[in-house]
Design a protein around this ligand. Structure first.
Ligand code: SF4
Length: 337
């Protein structure tokens, strides 16, 4: 546990947390919506600081990031808690429950990463993932600072629901982000996630403006956010930022409070075509079928990167470009094969 950043005291021992747009006002002895920031004696504490629920060396494709150091490995870690409460959360056992944790310091975590790098040279850095890293802000920021000093990269897998100033302070350490856009509909965000779309849009724009590599994940939930219009509007907005931002349309499976059947592959393929009108790279995730995760040249259709269920299997690039038409392939960093 550690005293939190981004809070201020209020009258009668209450505190206001300013880390995310929920802006919780927390009574003494109580926690905010995320369940990991607690008012103790009129001060706010990050109770999940250093509590690691899961730590694992993952292919970067699993985040998913398909255009950032393809084929690399990242030490992925997370704790518990989330500032959203999505009824269909695919990770609800750590976002909404409290799993058993191992206590680690930022230095210990970064040391694990550097030792993995000695064993597996394709290990490029750290990914803050599994639960929402925003609610672990203090620990993430310290780890990211140490990792950066060791020449490692930092990847954030986030719902993008973070206060602008807090993100500003974190961004210098972050090299790449996968940002979850849950819907293109404010009412959906309020009803299903108990959050709001606008701050998420701002995070995407802020990160892209700062030069951080971003990819977007959109979990397609049948009957909730799966119209062609939803996807076309999302893709149009993204294309105005940069048509090279990869979009991952992810297959929903029943989880937590949702028991609707999984998203059909037909629906995912139809939405992929709708998004391809505007975006250069659209993938289908959480469902494996040959081709769903492959990178094709947007200009001539040449397969550039072929992936299996979670890993890079084949690269076909000439100096970072398509070998057929020589169009740049929008790949950041080294391809690890
Ligand atoms: S980080 Fe947690 S406590 Fe702070 S405003 Fe967001 S949900 Fe509330």
């Amino acid at each position: 546990m550690k005293e939190a950043l981004w809070w201020k005291p209020l009258e009668h021992g209450k505190v206001k947390c300013g880390l995310c747009p929920n802006a919780c006002i927390i009574l003494p002895g109580k926690r905010g919506i995320c369940q990991v920031r607690e008012n103790r004696g009129g001060r706010l504490y990050a109770v999940s600081y250093g509590q690691v629920a899961s730590i694992c060396l993952d292919p970067i494709e699993k985040k998913p990031l398909y255009h950032f150091h393809p084929g690399a490995l990242v030490l992925s870690l997370g704790t518990y808690g989330c500032n959203f409460q999505c009824a269909f959360c695919q990770n609800w056992r750590i976002s909404q429950m409290r799993p058993s944790c191992t206590e680690l310091t930022p230095k210990q975590v970064v040391d694990i990463c550097t030792s993995q790098k000695e064993r597996y040279p394709g290990t490029i850095g750290m990914a803050y993932t599994y639960n929402e890293p925003t609610v672990w802000y203090e620990f993430v920021k310290e780890c990211a600072g140490l990792a950066k000093a060791q020449g490692l990269v930092n990847v954030l897998v986030t719902n993008g629901y973070i206060a602008q100033q807090a993100l500003d302070e974190l961004m210098p350490f972050i090299d790449a982000m996968n940002i979850d856009v849950k819907a293109w509909d404010e009412a959906f965000y309020r009803r299903i996630a108990r959050g709001s779309l606008d701050p998420v849009r701002r995070t995407v724009e802020q990160a892209a403006g700062a030069g951080t590599w971003i990819e977007i994940t959109y979990l397609v939930v049948p009957g909730e956010n799966d119209t062609e219009q939803d996807i076309q509007e999302l893709a149009t907005w993204l294309s105005r930022i940069n048509s090279g931002i990869p979009l991952h349309l992810s297959r929903y499976f029943p989880a937590y409070k949702y028991d609707k059947p999984p998203t059909s592959l037909e629906s995912l393929e139809k939405l992929r075509e709708a998004a391809r009108d505007k975006l250069d790279y659209v993938y289908i995730g959480n469902a494996w079928k040959k081709g769903y995760a492959d990178t094709l040249c947007p200009q001539c259709g040449e397969p550039l990167l072929e992936r299996g269920a979670l890993e890079l299997e084949k690269a076909n690039l000439r100096q970072g470009a398509c070998p057929g038409c020589l169009r740049p392939a929008d790949i950041i960093g080294t391809v690890w094969m």
